[in-house]
Every structure is written in C-alpha cells, then in structure tokens.
Design a protein around this ligand. Sequence first.
Ligand SMILES: Nc1ncnc2c1ncn2[C@@H]1O[C@H](COP(=O)(O)OP(=O)(O)OP(=O)(O)O)[C@@H](O)[C@H]1O
Length: 233
Amino acid sequence: MAESGDVPALVLQLQGVRKTFNADLPNAVEVLHGIDLTLHAGEFCAVVGPSGSGKSTLLNIVGLLDRPTAGTVTICGQLTQGLADRALTQLRGHRIGFVFQYHHLLSAFTALENVLMPMLADAGSVNQQMVQRATDLLDQVGLHAYLAQPATQLSGGQQQRVALARALAMQPALLLADEPTGNLDTVSADAVFALLRDISRNAGMAVLFVTHNEALASRCDRTINVVDGLIVG
Ligand SMILES: Nc1ncnc2c1ncn2[C@@H]1O[C@H](COP(=O)(O)OP(=O)(O)OP(=O)(O)O)[C@@H](O)[C@H]1O
C-alpha cells in the first residue's frame, strides 16, 4: 500500500469540512465547523470526544454516507465533490469498510455467507475465489470453525469478528469503526481491538476508530479529539 520511496499513500484528506443539518430550515444547526484531516495508509487513528461533539457526523461524511455542506473530501486521490450518488456508492464499496457498534449481520445467513455479501453485491454472483477469500478472512479473525454457523448462534464477540471480516471483504484502503467494541465485555473488546490493529498493520489499511474507551484510544498511533464540531489539540 506504500508508494515508491516508502512514503505511505494518502488515503483520506478532509479540507474545511462543515456540516449543517436542516440547512434550509429555521432550526438549522452547524455541527462540524471546518475539519481538516489527513490519514495515510496503515495509520490507526482514534477519534474521541464528548457525546454530541460530531464524531458520527464526521464518520458519515468520511464514509460518503452523507455530504458535507462545505469543504472537500478526497478518498485515495479521488475528490468526491460533485460525484453522483452512484459514483459515491462505487467508491465507498471499493475503498471503504465499516464496522459499527451493532454488527448488523444478516441473521438468516451463516458467517461465511455474511462475509460473502459485499462481494456478491459488487459482482452479482459468487465464485470459488470469493468463497476462498471469505474463508481466509474468517480464518484470520479466528472463526474457521464457525464458517457454517448461522450468525444468530455466535457470541457477541464472534459476531463482531464476522462483521470485521465482512468489512474487509473488498480489501478497503480505509476502515471506519464506530464504537466497534462498545457493546462487548472487556476481554472481547480487547481481542477485537487487537485483531483490528494487526490487520491494519499487515494490510497497510488506514483506520478511523471512534471510541469512548480511553485505554484503547491510547493504544492507537494517533488520537484526534473532536470537541463542539472541531478537532482540538
Ligand atoms: N440528522 C440530524 N439532524 C439534526 N441534527 C443532527 C442529526 N444528526 C446528528 N445531529 C446532531 O449533531 C450533533 C452531533 O451528533 P453526532 O452523532 O455526530 O455526535 P457524536 O459525537 O457521534 O455523539 P456520540 O458520542 O453520543 O455518538 C448532535 O447535537 C446531534 O443532535
């Protein structure tokens, strides 16, 4: 993932990002007030800050799930401003993975089928190579023995590992993790965090990791502190 000369590739660049909700209404509220942020390949960055400070809003904009009111978002060199929804969806699908506090697995499907979903959605059908990749990913997150297990029959920690494997299915350059350990006991949270760290290091993947857990934040390469819609410190 590194460019020639071992300079890590720039995965994310935000310049002057602002977000106003209900912009045309009397109750308009600006939640992000001009965010500048860069993230390089392999960088593991915690996002901390008080409740309501704008962390999820920021993540939604970085993840191309919402558009900024002003400013620019560039993902892997692609400026997103002006792109149609379809192009944003393509870029998101190929470059960005998501893990949330709640795993959002499809309960009627097995662990393997859940990991295959993004590949199926992208290609329209599943081939042997995709099955192999999904199997390898589940292996990587320590769930080889659970490939055929329905998602509902897995523990919370195991479900979050499946969600992580699913997020990695398309080999994203950027992983957005919004409190992925928030719903887990300490031991499972530590295990999922360690896994995420290792995978990010090995794959050279950039990670934005929103957390209220100071101990985990302190183990990241870098921490950004969002307060009242601005990065401080
Ligand atoms: N769709 C929306 N419409 C109007 N206001 C919104 C909307 N989404 C978020 N907000 C407001 O934006 C502010 C920031 O919310 P956000 O969810 O980004 O905070 P957060 O830092 O992620 O909080 P938490 O740590 O509690 O998850 C809050 O005041 C929230 O009420």
